[in-house]
Design a protein around this ligand. Structure first.
Ligand SMILES: [Zn+2]
Length: 214
């Protein structure tokens, strides 16, 4: 997995929810109705754990996680551990984690997300299914922003959405945030438009300062 803001962690959460769904739909989607789905939606699932390795990267953090892994789920089939920014783990933390990753209990699934795959030990990579996330195209970003604009009953100049998509360089999270900021004008104007001092260019930036790149 790679590139920030393209949906790695969101996909990891959806996968975790789907894996534990008790009533999978014919198209493979989670049902959103069963006990597991409802507790997940409420943020109260005991089977899905998230660790942000950017701020919890010590040996003690990993030992705490490994201790949790020893206990089988009380309900549901799997305990799922999402470890975000896994490349941030210290080398001693990685070593403490290695045995569990190599021989996990049958009920444990680990989803590792990173923007820096090359920093992960080959012994760990060789035990993973790897899904590389690509940057989102400008047109897909524009289409998604337009969907948000419509749902939020805002209006936007097409060129403004294009500029936001261009400047955020495939990073959907930043695109959404910038759209929201652009629509929150002091005058209560809900039109997203291009600042007068800004022009669209594929190679140059003539921004007014509020359009910095990711
Ligand atoms: Zn379900």
């Amino acid at each position: 997995m790679r590139t920030r803001g393209v949906g790695k962690t969101t996909c990891a959460r959806i996968l975790a929810k789907t894996i534990n769904c008790e009533n999978l739909q014919p198209d493979g989607e989670a049902c959103d109705q069963c006990n597991s789905c409802r507790t997940f939606n409420d943020g109260a699932s005991f089977n899905i754990h998230e660790l942000d390795a950017a701020s919890n990267n010590s040996v003690d953090d990993i030992r705490t996680l490994v201790d949790q892994v020893r206990f089988a789920p009380q309900a549901g089939k799997y305990k799922i551990y999402i470890i975000d920014e896994v490349h941030m783990l210290s080398s001693s933390a990685f070593n403490a984690f290695l045995k569990t990753l190599e021989e996990p209990p049958s009920y444990a699934i680990f989803i590792l997300a990173t923007t820096e795959k090359h920093k992960i030990l080959p012994t760990i990579l060789s035990r993973c299914q790897i899904f590389d996330f690509r940057r989102i195209t400008i047109q897909d970003t524009v289409d998604h922003l337009q969907t948000i604009v419509t749902k939020e009953h805002l209006s936007a100049e097409p060129d403004a959405l294009h500029l936001i998509a261009q400047k955020t360089d495939g990073c959907m999270r930043d695109s959404s945030v910038r759209s929201t900021r652009s629509s929150a004008s002091p005058a209560g104007n809900s039109l997203i438009k291009i600042p007068s001092s800004t022009s669209i260019s594929s190679t140059t930036t003539t921004s007014s300062g509020s359009w910095k790149a990711c």
